[in-house]
Design a protein around this ligand. Structure first.
Ligand code: 4AD
Ligand code: MG
Length: 453
């Protein structure tokens, strides 16, 4: 018999043929004369219905066990599924004790419940849908950059710099050595990367469009629903960029292109979220896609809006304060519950690399965040300070000049106006699926006091 994956069998091209399918039992319904099973192998949300005469059932067959089914693929009499497998033989490959197995037949478990079982939750419909969507979105991101002429750079995981200067670093040292510089493995303190930006900036001195997409690490002590200690970030850097608008255009295009691709290729999986996890969320996604350009407001305008609505917030705000999640979410609502760009943040809120707008009396940087429904900040970006003298005095101010002589070199040898941004991949998934907790959109979440597996 031909070996088929469930998704292949469901296409129905092999109707009438002897086939063999392997997978896990997602439902199990013995009746008087027949046994009905649904077998799933992760290749699609839909499972393959198997019909077996009661006599051929394996006594070890239970919900959750692994099976191989041999039989004839038939056109199904039911409209819900195109084909079913009429079993001639069912063999249990791996048993599953239904009493101990944490998921129960016919029950819809919450994301919160299944989160307790990071080693098993991929066996549920919801989490397997999430993982297919995540994989599709990853491919769509690479495809967007490839078709727009970006070069992919593998930026390092171990680095000696703190790009964001926020001190949220994980220091790295093999056991048995010391964190003191002398005697340490690299002879300098090194960390897990918080951002690949500086390495992309190096490459943007030779390639006018580069990007990277990989894990980044932050020792965030927060237990929030949008922070992880390890998350994936998409980062792009573009040379010969003169305005924030050049950046917002790319962020918007990336968002649209990846979202359309996910909606196209993972329709059923996305529907599961929009029907059962976040009912009504599909409208929010459609509204965002309908907009040809997302609105843009300055930080100063945003603060005016927030101060006029101070009764809505736990924390008051004023010019010079960083926006908090509640402020960001309010701004999104205020702009019609669609993604919105906030530009020109106070210079002192931004890291050393942000370009000085040289404005008075309020000094701002050419930085931009993209805020989205349900999440708040999705992307952070800026034009980079390409002017040698300004950058040098900024680094001096921050006491960083010594560590960043190589960074100053980039401004000494063929410096060009450039800029870029980073998009938090998990927050992106939360945004399009309406998932409240970031721990539910990453295969193996890492956060303070938790590193299971
Ligand atoms: O705003 P951030 O800190 O920007 C940077 O790191 C820039 N160096 C990027 C660049 O310009 N190349 O981080 C970018 C995005 C945030 O907007 C947020 O979506 C996500 O990364 N992010 C996190 N996601 C999950 N958990 C965390 N702890 C995150 N911290 C940032
Ligand atoms: Mg940010």
């Amino acid at each position: 018999p031909t070996k088929l994956r469930v998704s292949e069998a469901l296409l129905g091209a092999e109707v009438g043929e002897d086939v063999r399918v392997q997978g896990w039992v997602r439902s199990y319904r013995p009746q008087k004369n027949n046994l009905f099973l649904h077998v799933n192998d992760g290749s699609s949300l839909k499972s393959l219905q198997v019909v077996a005469p009661a006599g051929i059932s394996d006594p070890l067959l239970t919900f959750g066990c692994a099976v191989e089914v041999k039989g004839i693929l038939k056109k199904s009499p039911h409209s819900k599924q195109p084909v079913e497998l009429e079993a001639k033989q069912i063999q249990v490959i791996g048993e599953c004790n239904p009493v101990d197995f944490p998921f129960k037949i016919k029950e819809r478990h919450s994301l919160e419940y299944i989160r307790q079982f990071p080693h098993l939750r991929c066996r549920t419909n919801a989490f397997s849908s999430l993982l297919r969507i995540r994989s599709e979105a990853t491919a769509a991101i690479h495809s967007y950059f490839k078709s727009n002429g970006f070069l992919q750079i593998h930026t390092p995981t171990i680095t000696s710099n703190d790009c964001e200067g926020a001190g949220e670093l994980f220091q790295v040292e093999p056991p048995g050595t010391t964190f003191a510089e002398e005697g340490s493995f690299f002879s300098v303190p090194v960390y897990l990367t918080v951002s690949g930006q500086l390495h992309l900036e190096v490459m943007s001195g030779a390639f006018s469009r580069v990007y990277t997409f990989g894990p980044t690490f932050r020792a965030e002590n927060s237990q929030s629903r949008r922070h992880l200690a390890e998350f994936f970030m998409v980062e792009a850097e573009i040379s010969f960029t003169e305005s924030i608008e050049d950046l917002t255009k790319v962020m918007e295009d990336l968002f649209r292109s990846v979202t359309e691709s996910v909606l196209d290729h993972c329709e059923e999986d996305v529907d599961l979220f929009h029907k059962h996890v976040a009912p009504g969320h599909r409208d929010t996604v459609d509204d965002a896609l309908k907009k040809t350009r997302f609105p843009v407001i300055t930080y100063t305008e945003a603060i005016d809006v927030l101060k006029r609505s101070s009764e809505h917030f736990t924390f008051p705000t004023d010019w010079g304060c960083d926006l908090m999640t509640e402020h960001e979410k309010y701004l999104v609502k205020h702009c019609g519950n669609i993604p919105v760009f906030v530009t020109d943040y106070p210079y002192d809120l931004k890291p050393f690399y942000a370009r000085d707008n040289q404005d008075h009396p309020k000094r701002t940087a050419a930085a931009v965040d993209l805020l989205v429904p349900g999440v708040g900040e999705l992307c952070g970006g800026s034009l980079r300070e390409e002017r040698l003298s300004l950058l040098r005095s900024r680094l001096q101010e921050c006491g960083l000049e010594e560590n960043y002589s190589w960074y100053l070199d980039l401004r000494r040898f063929g410096s060009v106006p450039h800029g870029g941004f980073g998009l938090g991949f998990e927050r992106y998934l939360q945004c399009i699926l309406g998932v409240d907790n970031i721990k539910d959109v990453i295969p193996f979440p890492r956060f303070s006091h938790s590193c299971l597996l």
